[in-house]
Design a protein around this ligand. Structure first.
Ligand code: NAD
Length: 246
């Protein structure tokens, strides 16, 4: 595999399993040193994997304090950070918005939206000082369309998309590109938070007639993190097998 990320260092949040693990593995295969931040520092998926990150840190991305401390520790112990992939996220329950528990709403927004802000807030001054950075935020098709019964998730992911666009303009002359990917449904542990009916309905919406694969997300993210992606910022890259109309 072409090692176009050689000499780069990347932080992947939520990288101990699922999509994040796939992204972490691919970015490492492309030559970067990979640091994983996750609430869980071990997982059966990661245990069975040949790929081992350079460093795994227990970080709750919903805590601005923890994120800043972890970022400072990475820079001190490992060195400069070139790439940040904000992937950590939860789905939350599938339930009508008027019955959505307030604490759960706050938790979903706290991890999926505030978490992205906290990680960007920690990384951007460091990247600006070096005049280089690549930030990729894992949003969702739900953030573009608004999906019924996952209103907190849709709102958080829509927020991630708007945040990415705003920050991209702030950083456009600083050598830092910030983009999103908007995946449709991928078979990961996240689906355990959903109902069978919700999963069936989501699959039915995909014109290609199959679910997205982790490897397909990993390929796109590693390309966006690499040197061939140089004039695109504030963009939402599609991963929906033809579902998205914009
Ligand atoms: N699976 C899908 O169908 C799908 C579709 C579109 C977008 N996404 C997004 O992709 C990302 C990864 O999802 P996945 O399917 O791999 O889910 P997953 O549940 O398999 O993995 C998510 C990872 O994030 C970690 N995490 C959760 N809360 C955290 C926190 N507060 N701080 C740090 N780490 C935390 C978990 O421990 C886990 O390792 C999420 O942002 C999700 O919203 C997933």
């Amino acid at each position: 595999m072409e090692r176009y990320l050689a000499g780069r260092r990347a932080i992947i949040t939520g990288g101990i399993r699922g999509i994040g693990l796939g992204i972490a593995r691919r970015i490492a295969e492309r030559g970067a040193e990979v640091i994983v931040w996750d609430l869980n520092v071990t997982s059966p998926e990661a245990d069975g994997d040949e790929f081992k990150p350079a460093l795994v840190q227990r970080v709750d991305v919903s805590s601005a304090k923890e994120v800043q401390a972890a970022f400072d520790a990475v820079v001190e112990q490992a060195g400069p950070v070139d790439i940040l992939v904000n992937n950590a996220g939860i789905n939350g329950p599938v339930t009508p918005s008027w019955e959505y528990p307030v604490e759960t709403w706050e938790k979903v927004i706290g991890i999926n939206l505030n978490g992205v802000f906290h990680c960007c807030r920690a990384a951007i001054p460091h990247m600006r000082a070096r005049g280089y950075g690549r930030i990729i935020n894992v949003a969702s098709i739900a953030g573009k369309e608004g999906v019924q019964f996952i209103s907190a998730y849709s709102a958080a992911k829509g927020g991630v998309i708007a945040f990415t666009k705003a920050v991209a303009k702030e950083l456009a002359q600083d050598g830092i590109l910030i983009n999103c990917v908007a995946p449709a449904m991928v078979e990961t542990a996240l689906l355990s938070q959903m109902t069978e009916e919700h999963i069936r309905a989501s699959k039915a919406k995909l014109p290609m007639g199959r679910l997205l694969k982790v490897d397909e997300v990993a390929s796109m993210v590693s390309w966006i993190a690499g040197p061939e992606c140089s004039f695109t910022t504030g963009f939402v890259f599609d991963l929906t097998g033809g579902r998205a109309t914009y």
